[in-house]
Design a binder for this molecule. Structure first.
Ligand SMILES: [Zn+2]
Length: 355
């Protein structure tokens, strides 16, 4: 249901340029076009014997066809290998090609020509973007369905299944193994970084499995150093607010919280605002708020016993407000209304409205 690959299909092409793309010039095809090529026809061109929407899998010793095609979704999957994807993925796996070469293969096969990028502006500092998430998808398999986070939110009753599906699509949540991937996608649709987090069935974060960043996963878990090569030597994380890409919805009001989970849940429960998350107490700074210029901005800091977080976020709001020439409001709801015990537990707005 939550399939990042589908969520990705509307993304602008990610062009690694400069340092990040050194020796890795990306063919400028319309990826949506390539991924719309009929999947069974692509399979036949790859020499697979397709019959009744199945064929024998080429990745394992398959005697009864276990590779299935969904013509409706234009996708394939082997249920034994648990590997699948769209046309580009099929070419990559069948021909053992890189993403770039698989695009070339498809384009050659169907007579598709490269075209200039339709983007009027390429990123100014591409070494801060994570290029070609589709490779990350197939190699790190962050395109899969449910994960510990989406499951927990529904089973604990925080969100209905419909709300979870809606929110997952809006925030383009991904899955890696059982972890949720919170992507930081900027206002131009570029992925800056991601946070991979494991949740317990009660909806709290796992204490055993520490969160890692998407770039860390790419560097450490992708074969043959491909993740490192993709990012490039000069790559540095350049964070943005989680949910920043939702500026495309032209919201009047943007609410900023600390935790991604709170943003996701509040987006469904309190849809009057577009909810974004700093991703950590100390992660918020005035720079992160600048893209929100011109919106009504509300900050919802977590609470604590001595009001440290509230004061820190108030100071950041003041600095940003001066720089952006507009008011930025900091909610004192929790400072005024949370109980001593709740402050001790350092609750946030979601804990407060959920109680
Ligand atoms: Zn297989």
């Amino acid at each position: 249901m939550f399939n990042l690959q589908f969520a990705l299909s509307g993304w602008p092409m990610l062009l690694p340029l400069g340092e990040a793309g050194r020796g890795f010039q990306f063919p400028m095809y319309d990826l949506q076009q390539l991924n719309s090529l009929p999947i069974e026809d692509v399979a036949r061109r790859l020499g697979l014997q397709v019959a009744r929407h199945t064929c024998r899998c080429f990745m394992h010793d398959d005697h009864h066809p276990s590779l299935f095609f969904s013509v409706a979704k234009n996708r394939w999957r082997c249920f034994v290998c648990d590997v699948g994807g769209g046309p580009i993925d099929l070419v990559m796996h069948r021909q053992q090609l890189t993403f770039r070469d698989a695009c070339h293969w498809l384009a050659d096969s169907y007579g598709i020509v490269e075209r200039p990028s339709s983007r009027s502006s390429v990123p100014q500092s591409p070494s801060t973007y994570i290029p070609q998430l589709s490779i990350v998808n197939s190699q790190l398999s962050i395109a899969k369905g449910q994960n510990s986070f989406t499951t927990a939110l529904v089973t604990t009753g925080m969100l209905t299944q419909e709300q979870m599906t809606h929110a997952a699509a809006r925030y383009r949540l991904g899955s890696h193994e059982d972890a949720v991937v919170f992507l930081q996608i900027d206002a131009d649709g570029f992925v800056r970084e991601g946070k991979v987090m494991y949740y317990m069935p009660d909806g709290h974060r796992s204490h055993e499995r520490k969160p890692v960043s998407l770039s860390w996963l790419m560097k450490n878990k992708m074969k043959d150093g491909e993740g490192k090569a993709l990012l490039g030597k000069e790559w540095t994380a350049s964070h943005c607010l989680f949910g920043l890409h939702l500026l495309s919805e032209q919201p009047q009001t943007v609410a900023v919280v600390e935790s991604e989970k709170t943003a996701v849940v509040c987006s469904e429960l309190l849809p009057e605002a577009v909810w974004m998350a700093s991703g950590g107490l100390s992660a918020l700074n005035a720079e992160l708020l600048k893209p929100l210029q011109g919106r009504r901005i509300l900050l919802f800091p977590d609470t604590d016993l001595d009001g440290t977080t509230f004061r820190r976020w108030s100071a950041i709001a003041e600095e940003a407000s001066t720089a952006m020439h507009q008011p930025i409001m900091v909610s004192n709801l929790l400072e005024c209304h949370a109980s001593h015990e709740q402050k001790q537990q350092k609750i946030d707005i979601l804990d407060f409205i959920g109680d």
